[in-house]
Design a binder for this molecule. Structure first.
Ligand code: HEM
Length: 404
């Protein structure tokens, strides 16, 4: 239990953390990696370079300072992060390292403002916050253990299929012959690669793009960047070098952006670009288990050249008597116009949603790049859809804990 005084000090430092949070967390990462370069085998270097991880951590630290006396408010956000930690094999012994360098960063960046009392209070608060994460992650590890899948496991690529000019699917089976575990549609796996010439292991998360219950796991990867640049290192390597018969390592499925299968409410699955992957898993699950469910599948792509799963969507929708789909193309080709491969032109925004959405009480799942998500979520809110009915997942670290 934190004392009244500790709580007061932590809360009073929240504004400073908001102001200098990214500075503190950037310094924190730099000094931590200098002392513990082995942690670079866990962290995503591209996120680091873009500053996204620093922003995500700073936002969380700020939120934790603000709600230090009612951390239960943060539980949904903590759970989401804990899923990511579990999928990256973050362990309880890592927490003291993060704590040490976070406190050092607060001390060094804030200078005189970080009095011994402030540092003492933050030291205590970190213990409490870390314990919340450790307890939740422990439960998640136990669950993964019951599925006999702790840590990374080798999977063989059984099949590799081009879904569009940019997206390729990998069908994966465990090398040791063990069964594919159940997972919830919408979940992701962490892929870990050893790449020659790279000093550290590379980790990335990819949503599972097929329904549970198959004898394989499928991920569908978009080639990022025009060439193997620092942004697209893993995706380009998978496209160019990981072929049928080769192995990659995966952790057990994780994530809480999942289809609620306990109700049969009308469903809107709205995706942009490669955000289509979790939606494919959800759509195909509905086709397996909830065939009478009303589903509207909305997908935004530039045009048919880069749109994945065109045929698979049509075939799945045809299995569902209450389903419809909208292909929304930003920039249709002449052939798209001729062959009518799309239904609407432009962006998925308020106007389009107004035309399409017939049930504001439905459940809405949204996934795609940040500007797409903003357009869709703002559009749905303007239409009067309640926030609790809008479920969404950003790519990359959650950069904005906007609910708090
Ligand atoms: C991701 C917070 C402890 C390793 C994240 C994210 C947040 C966060 C906000 C972004 C989640 C997302 O991707 O949506 C925290 C807090 C911690 C903590 C508040 C302490 C209380 C740790 C520890 C480790 C760790 C001890 C291991 C050394 C990671 C990694 C990611 C991550 C590897 C994935 C992000 C990437 O690679 O870009 N954490 N974390 N975290 N965290 Fe933590």
């Amino acid at each position: 239990m934190l004392s009244e005084n500790t709580i007061k000090i932590v809360k009073s430092t929240a504004p400073v953390l908001a102001e200098r949070g990214v500075e503190i967390t950037s310094y924190f990462y730099k000094t931590m990696f200098e002392a513990h370069p082995e942690l670079l085998n866990i962290f995503n270097h591209a996120n680091q370079k873009q500053g996204r991880q620093q922003t995500a951590l700073a936002n969380t630290v700020y939120a934790a300072a603000t709600y230090i006396d009612q951390l239960e408010v943060l539980l949904p956000a903590v759970k989401q992060i804990a899923h990511k930690h579990r999928s990256l094999n973050v362990k309880k012994e890592h927490y003291p390292i993060v704590g040490e360098f976070l406190l050092k960063a607060i001390k060094d960046v804030l200078g005189d403002a970080a009095t011994p009392e402030v540092l003492q209070a933050w030291g205590e608060a970190y213990q409490v916050i870390a314990q919340v994460f450790i307890d939740i992650e422990n439960e998640m590890y136990e669950e993964a253990n019951t599925n006999k899948w702790e840590g990374f496991k080798a999977f063989k690529v059984m099949k590799k299929v081009d879904e569009s000019s940019l997206i390729t699917s990998f069908y994966l089976q465990a090398t040791d012959g063990s069964d594919v575990p159940a997972f919830q549609p919408g979940q992701y796996v962490t892929v870990r690669l050893t790449v020659s010439g790279e000093e550290y292991l590379l980790n990335r998360q990819y949503s599972l793009s097929d329904a549970p219950g198959k004898n394989y796991l499928r991920i569908s990867v978009k080639r990022e960047g025009a060439e193997p640049s620092k942004l697209g290192k893993v995706s380009n390597y998978l496209h160019d070098h990981v072929n049928e018969g080769e192995e990659i390592e995966l952790t057990a499925p994780a994530g809480d952006f999942v289809l609620d299968e306990n109700n049969n409410s009308p469903l809107y699955l709205i995706s942009g670009g490669v955000g289509i992957t979790p939606m494919m898993s959800m759509l195909k699950r509905v086709a397996d288990k909830q065939t009478d469910r009303a589903v509207t599948f909305i997908h935004a792509a530039k045009n048919s050249e880069v749109q994945a799963f065109h045929q698979e969507i049509t075939e799945t929708i045809n299995l569902l008597p209450n389903a419809r789909k909208y292909n929304v193309y930003e920039n249709p080709t002449a052939s798209d116009r001729e062959k009518k491969t799309f239904d609407l032109e432009g962006y998925v925004d308020y106007q389009k949603l107004q035309e399409i959405v017939t049930d504001k009480e439905a459940d809405f799942y949204v996934c795609g790049p940040v500007p797409f998500m903003r357009n869709v979520i703002d559009g749905l809110e303007t239409l009067g859809v309640k926030a609790e009915n809008i479920h969404f997942e950003f790519f990359g670290p959650s950069i904005n804990l906007k609910e708090y």
